[in-house]
Design a protein around this ligand. Structure first.
Ligand code: OAD
Length: 237
């Protein structure tokens, strides 16, 4: 029987790809207070700053030094191995899982390469800069596009789908996430209630590490391949 592996990823899996985590510099994200760049209130106060901030994050994805690392690659290897169904729920807004080759990725906190039209609620793929002067392709109006990012105080995406994925899972894995932001931080509690095997992979165990059955400590580029090899070789399930 196939094993259903549901994997929650956070900023830690992309750290070695050159994208900074959120909580490693005194609560600042790339030198900005989170409430200034990751809340609807911050956007209402200073939209130009928020557009500039996400334009810079989006441009960073095109930097030649930013690329998937061995941690992302290992998850593709798992997906391509016989006997495993893999779904990735990511809190990351980068595109590194897709670039590595993962096929089933849910971006619960949105995506940098997407713009959301506030007039029509339609999403458009965007790889370049946009701001309040950009005409939106769905309704040809200016001023309606915003970064397609779930800001604090907003409801994460795909919650129904995520719930049903975890209900069907045989193994829940959290990689490189501090477990401080809900609802994602609570997925492990849900998995435990369902009696599913749980594994944490992190540079340092998170505060809710006690909820996990297994822990792999180390950089994602080493710990994720180790975990995947163990799983494929039946050492941890
Ligand atoms: P955090 O910045 O809170 O946590 C990063 C985690 O990655 C920590 O637990 C680190 O120990 C771990 N880490 C760092 N480097 C690592 C490495 N090389 N290998 C493995 N682990 C490593 O990031 P998230 O938990 O993803 O939300 O943050 C959750 C959400 O808070 C984000 O999605 C974002 C943020 O504010 C929104 O933007 C809505």
């Amino acid at each position: 029987m196939k094993q259903n592996i549901v994997i929650l990823t956070g900023a830690g899996i992309s750290a070695e790809s050159g994208i900074k985590t959120f909580r490693d510099s005194n609560g600042l994200w790339e030198n900005h207070a989170i409430e200034d760049v990751a809340t609807p209130e911050g956007f209402a106060r200073n939209p130009s700053l928020v557009y500039r901030f996400y334009n810079a994050r989006r441009a960073q994805l095109h930097d030649k030094n930013v690329a998937p690392n061995l941690g992302h690659d290992a998850l593709v290897k798992l997906e391509q191995s016989d006997g495993f169904d893999v779904a990735i729920i990511t809190q990351n807004v980068d595109n590194l899982h897709e670039r590595a080759g993962s096929k089933k990725v849910l971006h619960m906190h949105g995506e940098l390469l997407s713009a959301l039209c506030m007039y029509s609620n339609q999403r458009t793929y965007y790889k370049d800069d946009f701001d309040h002067t950009t005409e939106c392709s769905c309704c040809q109006r200016k001023g309606g596009l915003r970064p397609d990012i779930v800001w604090f105080g907003e409801v994460p995406m795909y919650m129904d789908e995520i719930q049903s994925l975890i209900e069907q899972a045989t193994h829940f894995v959290a990689i490189g996430t501090s477990g401080q932001v809900y609802p994602a931080a609570g997925f492990v509690n849900f998995a435990k209630q369902l009696g599913i095997t749980t594994t944490e992979i992190n540079l340092v165990p998170s505060d809710n590490n006690y909820l996990f059955d297994h822990t792999y400590v180390g950089p994602a580029s080493e710990a994720v391949p180790q975990f995947v090899n163990d799983l494929i070789n039946n050492k941890n399930n």
